[in-house]
Design a protein around this ligand. Sequence first.
Ligand SMILES: [Zn+2]
Length: 315
Amino acid sequence: MELISGDIRKKDKIILESKDGLEWSKNEISLKDFLPDAENKKLYYYNIELTCTHSFSKDIYVEVVNDRKQFVGALNVMKNNILYSLPLNFRILTCKDEKRNEHYLGHIDEKWINDAVDSINKYGLVQFGVKAYLKEILTEEVDENELVENGYLSEDLRVRSTELQDAVRHLWADTSEICVFLVPFIVLNSTIGEAWAAVTPTTNSYIVCLPDFNDRSIPILIHEIGHILGLTHTFEDAKWKKVIAGIEKLAVEEKSPENLAKIKELEKEKKQLMPYIFTRASTDNYMDYLNERLSFSKRQWLIMRKETELYHGHN
Ligand SMILES: [Zn+2]
């Protein structure tokens, strides 16, 4: 649900009418049924299932009302008459140190990967009508000492930042399919993430991932697939920072007509980006950081669907 408005009373109920091929698992939710998130008291959630009784060739917009017939929100249901297939390949990159492989990759087998693909679909890709399928799993060996020599890893075999992405680039040239590299190296510090991918589908179509021992790898992989399918972060990203920096730079320079015209252009761009920039960790969006990742917005669905169709899609 993307919009919430109106004055809210504790005894309010949200009414969900089953109609036009949409069936809710429950037609009425009381606000007191919403559960606070255990870690973040600000987030409240309630799980409800929506079944489409037939396929739709148009996106559906559903207005949601309370028991006082007031508009309280809206829900978008993506058209589901075309389901795009997204090929996912997995490369398990082992190194020469057997103990390290066992420790970091020992739990990775065909079942782990199959389950991962299922979860990526169930919790992420199903939202915008794309279904990933497992194309191929291969194991390849890399020389960790060479990676250190070339500056891709620190001396103690840690990943500094996105350097490892450059190190494996030559192993994946096919941009029409996605490849997930699972590597036996951990990060230098916990603030730099556990996986990397780029937002340029025509040049980079792979993810470097340090597989987690619990389920944390799934939201991380969905986040990275979001990048490959054209999404940037929901908080201040590189594009946003570039626009802001451009305005600031021009503002302190001379007030020539050219500069003022350029500022005007950048201000326009800033205004266009603004509705999609949120404070970090304030949403449940997959493209946020340090949050519980659950959803994509409709705008994001459309971008990812379009990119799947243009660069990766097979229906
Ligand atoms: Zn990211």
